[in-house]
Design a binder for this molecule. Structure first.
Ligand code: GLN
Length: 313
């Protein structure tokens, strides 16, 4: 568990909860799925969606790129040619994203983030004050990142306000059940499957899921894409969320972390679910793939096609 946020080190290692939410509103859950913990970096994916809604894709792309780094989540690095953070899933990019969240004052900006999370889960959320204050006290690495970006003019002058907002968004309390609902909402095109409320403009759902797939697991993202094959996002609070587009969302909570800051059991559960149920997004042997039907919708007779790359028998 992370010792740079002392409050998080107080978590009980045995806590373990799993929740799966389907896009038609069913849940499959076990263990500590209703125990609250801080969302931490999982917030980055959802705040990125809010930034896209606030400003549109072109503006956000000027502030943060979408390239994986292969580096740790808290590495102090920017793209040297543009001074942009590499992606919104590492701390540089997440702080730059939080910086552009609209609102007349700090309270309103925080309210908008909490309201956005409410749309995804269907209920209100609190900020865990001890965890927020703990990170605010010890988070000098994030402060260094923010001031480096300020030096390059990549973030606004109200950077201490933005850092507070970033630490608060990381300290929002959620459960594995909530994470499953949030992921199922993305899987469902941005509409919460239980409440029917839209949480994210459908134009930006693809952007959020794409960066989760390429960058969501930090320097484990490449091997995760191969072995798990699901868009996912982890947080140092021990949470991890993953999704299968148009099918389901997964939320897992287990505090012990690996060296990269990903929940050890969380990674294992998502990988096992993906493998056991054929959920890898590139698992082309999926039994429900109906290529004939697809070809029929393309207005061409597939049997005549010289370009078929698979054995039709
Ligand atoms: N609040 C944490 C930080 O900024 C979040 C990191 C994480 O969950 N990977 O360091």
């Amino acid at each position: 568990m992370p010792d740079y946020i002392p409050e998080l080190a107080l978590a009980t290692p045995q806590w373990f909860g799993i929740s799966v939410a389907t896009v038609d509103g069913r849940y499959f859950e076990v263990g500590d799925y209703s125990r609250s913990f801080t969302i931490q970096s999982i917030s980055k994916a959802f705040v990125y969606g809010l930034a896209l809604e606030d400003h549109g894709r072109d503006y956000v792309q000027c502030k943060v790129s979408v390239e994986p780094t292969g580096e740790a989540f808290n590495s102090i690095m920017l793209d040297q040619s543009t001074n942009r953070p590499y992606n919104p899933m590492v701390n540089t990019g997440a702080i730059a994203t939080t910086d552009i969240i609209k609102g007349a004052n700090p309270t309103e900006r925080l309210k908008r983030i909490l309201e956005m999370i409410r749309r995804y889960t269907g209920h209100n959320h609190d900020v865990n004050m001890p965890v927020f204050l703990s990170e605010r006290t010890t988070g000098n690495r994030n402060r260094a990142i923010a001031y480096l970006m300020l030096n390059f003019g990549m973030v606004t002058e109200h950077i201490e306000e933005t850092l507070d907002l970033y630490f608060q968004q990381c300290a929002v309390m959620v459960t594995a059940h909530d994470l499953a609902t949030m992921a199922a909402t993305l899987a469902n095109g941005g509409v919460n499957p239980v409440t029917g409320e839209r949480a994210l403009d459908e134009r930006y759902v693809q952007d959020v899921i794409s960066v989760m797939f390429t960058c969501g697991m930090y320097n484990h993202s490449g091997s995760w894409a191969c072995k798990g094959g699901l868009p996912a996002k982890s947080g140092v609070g021990g949470g991890i969320t993953a999704l299968v587009p148009e099918k389901l969302g997964i939320g897992v909570f287990s505090p012990p972390l690996d060296a990269r800051g990903n929940s050890v059991r969380g990674v294992g559960v998502c990988r096992d679910l993906a493998n056991d149920f054929g959920l890898h997004v590139f698992d082309i042997a999926k039994p429900d793939h109906d290529l004939e039907a697809f070809m029929a919708t393309q207005g061409a007779d597939s049997s005549d096609s010289p370009d078929l790359m698979w054995d039709k028998t």
